[in-house]
Design a protein around this ligand. Sequence first.
Ligand SMILES: [Zn+2]
Length: 133
Amino acid sequence: MDVSINFNEEVKVQLTAVGIDILKQNHQQSAKHFMDRGFTYPEFKLKVDDEGWSTFQFWHLMNLFGNHMYPSMAQPFGAMVVIPKSKPIDTVKIKGVEVPLCIRCGVPTKKESEVSEGDKPSARIVCRTCYGK
Ligand SMILES: [Zn+2]
């Protein structure tokens, strides 16, 4: 089942000690930047819910941890990312091929003339009319 997610949506991860260290280092750099210029900066505070999940906007998670993710890395968070508001992408069968409906307007993302029997399921999730809007 494919799901769509906007970069601004929130995702939940379970941070490891490595991930918490990355956040602390990041916080220290920001604090230094502002305090060197005479501003105050809040103390580091880790936000974790009762089940150990921390919530970030998707873009912010990538921004914070992207540089720390590579093969054989020390994982900054568990392998599972929860996308609380995600919803399945609806599909329609055209000539036996799964074609997603546009996540913005709901029309099939491919016309019947663009689909041939035996095609792989289409990865397009936005129709041509909505693309780039
Ligand atoms: Zn559309």
